[in-house]
Design a binder for this molecule. Structure first.
Ligand SMILES: Cc1cc2nc3c(=O)[nH]c(=O)nc-3n(C[C@H](O)[C@H](O)[C@H](O)COP(=O)(O)OP(=O)(O)OC[C@H]3O[C@@H](n4cnc5c(N)ncnc54)[C@H](O)[C@@H]3O)c2cc1C
Length: 277
């Protein structure tokens, strides 16, 4: 780690390589042309998965080099965050998850990626290190724009913390054109019900702009409402309004907005079904 940090500090043209599942395609297409690649795979101590109670609220901790497939197969993650397992299973194909890492997925910050969306929805954070020391970055500050994070060029992401969901209501819904493709849009929801009404909820959307978003207006509007189709439709429309939906080669803005409305409503219904057993 010390060598990697020193190289990154000394060389402006260096990039770190983790699972290579995003960086190597960029190199192949000559979209990235770093002068130096620093392979993190030889760095020890970055592949642990554990549960920590810090500060008081339980979190799952992942070393940056934990492979997506290892997180997906972890009994601890299955037990403590089935939401994360559901999201992980929708990342690319198994071969990609065998090499791709938790840290790489978050540092790459694709706007349609599953893990940034879960980090944003659940209020997670990452720990980054440079020669100058360490700092924590919360999800809202981490994702700055399309493929752009708050990490400085001399910093390495060393750990990600995902809060353990408090209630039984959760859902992760996405649509992609083919199995294994990046999602056109995705919705992530956690909610708690008291006597059939929503007492707490978090609604996140990916694919609706350059970064994953928390639909806070939709969340606030839903709290206190009776869980059901009418309330979910209103929240889904508000969530779509919070997005900066754009057209690209995969979908028109109109289609993508419609998809977000459908996915948020579907996720709210699925989370409610789980919460009510
Ligand atoms: C066909 C295909 C389909 C895919 N589908 C999906 C999908 O549906 N959903 C999804 O989320 N992803 C998808 N991916 C991407 C995959 O999940 C990548 O593994 C992930 O985005 C990057 O992780 P990595 O470890 O491979 O990082 P790398 O490719 O090694 O690195 C990616 C970027 O992050 C930086 N980086 C990596 N690790 C660190 C670190 N610890 N600190 C600082 N910077 C770091 C690198 O410098 C680079 O800029 C797909 C990839 C392919 C090829």
């Amino acid at each position: 780690m010390a060598d990697a940090l020193a190289l990154l500090h000394d060389r402006d043209d260096a990039k770190v390589l983790a699972g290579g599942q995003s960086l190597v395609p960029l190199l192949n297409f000559r979209l990235a042309r770093p002068g130096l690649l620093i392979d993190l795979n030889g760095v020890t101590g970055l592949d642990d998965i554990s549960e920590v109670a810090d500060p008081g609220a339980p979190e799952l901790s992942f070393g940056a080099l934990v492979r997506l497939a290892d997180a997906e197969r972890s009994p601890l993650v299955s037990r403590r965050s089935p939401l994360l397992i559901s999201a992980l299973r929708q990342v690319g194909h198994r071969t990609i998850r065998n090499r791709g890492t938790i840290g790489g997925s978050l540092a790459h910050a694709d706007p349609a990626a599953e893990l940034p969306l879960v980090l944003m929805t659940t209020g997670g954070r990452v720990r980054v290190r440079s020669l100058a020391g360490e700092r924590w970055i919360g999800a809202p500050q981490l994702f700055v724009s399309y493929l752009t994070t708050d990490l400085r060029s001399d910093e390495i992401l060393v750990e990600a913390r995902f809060p353990v969901a408090t209630g039984p209501g959760w859902a992760f819904e996405e649509v992609s054109r083919r199995a294994g493709d990046f999602a056109l849009a995705a919705a992530c929801v956690t909610l708690t019900l008291v006597d059939g009404a929503v007492s707490e909820c978090a609604i996140g959307v990916a694919g609706g702009g350059p970064v994953p978003i928390r639909a806070t207006t939709a969340e606030a509007g839903l709290v206190g409402q009776r869980a059901g189709e009418t309330a979910f439709a209103a929240a889904a429309a508000q969530a779509a309004d919070a997005c900066e939906v754009e057209a690209d080669i995969h979908a028109s803005a109109e289609y993508r907005r419609g998809l977000i409305v459908t996915l948020v409503a579907r996720a709210l219904a699925a989370a409610t079904a789980r919460a009510t057993g």
